[in-house]
Design a binder for this molecule. Sequence first.
Ligand code: FAD
Ligand code: FES
Ligand code: MG
Length: 287
Amino acid sequence: MNRILKKTQLSDDVYRMEVEAPLIARERKPGQFIILQIDDQLGERIPLTIADADPAQGSITLIFQAVGRTTHLLADKQEGDTIAALLGPLGQPTHIEKVGHAVCVGGGIGVAPLHPIAQALKAAGNRVTIIIGARNRSLIILEEEMRRIADELIIVTDDGSYGRKALVTEPLKELCEQTPKPDLAVAIGPPIMMKFCAETTRPYGVHTVVSLNTIMIDGTGMCGGCRVTVGGKTKFVCVDGPEFDGHLVDFDNMMKRLRAYKPREDADHQAHHCRLDEAAALLTPHS
Ligand code: FAD
Ligand code: FES
Ligand code: MG
């Protein structure tokens, strides 16, 4: 059992949790993730990136957006509650080296997995430009944490409610047009964003790393749920990734596979909400 030591809300539906996990805290490296199971009855396992770790306290930090059934159940947990199972650290750590100028692009909740990578790239002696993008101001997370790391921080929103009104690909393109161009780009966010970041850097030959968020079940390379095509070869995101060369990823196939379970996920989410409504009705005193 892994106890929740601290819980904070970062925006409308984004939460930060410090969870007791001493062995994972000691072993984890940037880019790695865990798979958690909320409790023994509710079987779904979901992957979440290890956003940070405190080996002295024996805890890891998870930052997650409540999007569906399992993440809402996790968001309902309070400090002192426990999570039945945490498996990790999983996946290959990010390859960190001094390349010169690294541009880190985070979209929405993708800023959470990007944070430890940007931190490590900075610690390795790189100049780090960070681009954070979101649909609107209320969805921007970790701004101060990223500002502390970045040599330059660029914020964009789709509706212009904060920072520049643009998509992340706009400043990314401008940076690629500069001389010298960046030596590395790291893009993490929704698949469509990562696809277009890779298309933006491709003509400039800027090596672009993406972190793929496929469906995962066992996290050990056995079930095939997370399979993607990279450079014409089949890869398993849980053991070969989650990071890959963005110029080689077949994003269209990945997005098609992600949509396969959508009707079932939406039905699950709906059922969860209906049960919450029923519970709320029972608790409401009748006049
Ligand atoms: P659902 O309504 O069931 O699904 C919503 C969407 O989440 C789906 O359409 C699908 O795209 C994705 N999803 C659903 N089930 C799974 C599953 N078993 N495995 C993977 N994706 C799934 N999210 C964060 O908020 N913070 C993170 O740090 C983070 N890190 C991730 C790291 C990796 C390596 C991967 C693969 C995903 C990560 N995600 C992260 C995404 C997170 O796993 C999903 O949001 C979560 O599984 C949604 O589950 P749900 O039941 O709440 O929503
Ligand atoms: Fe099963 Fe990767 S999650 S093979
Ligand atoms: Mg689910």
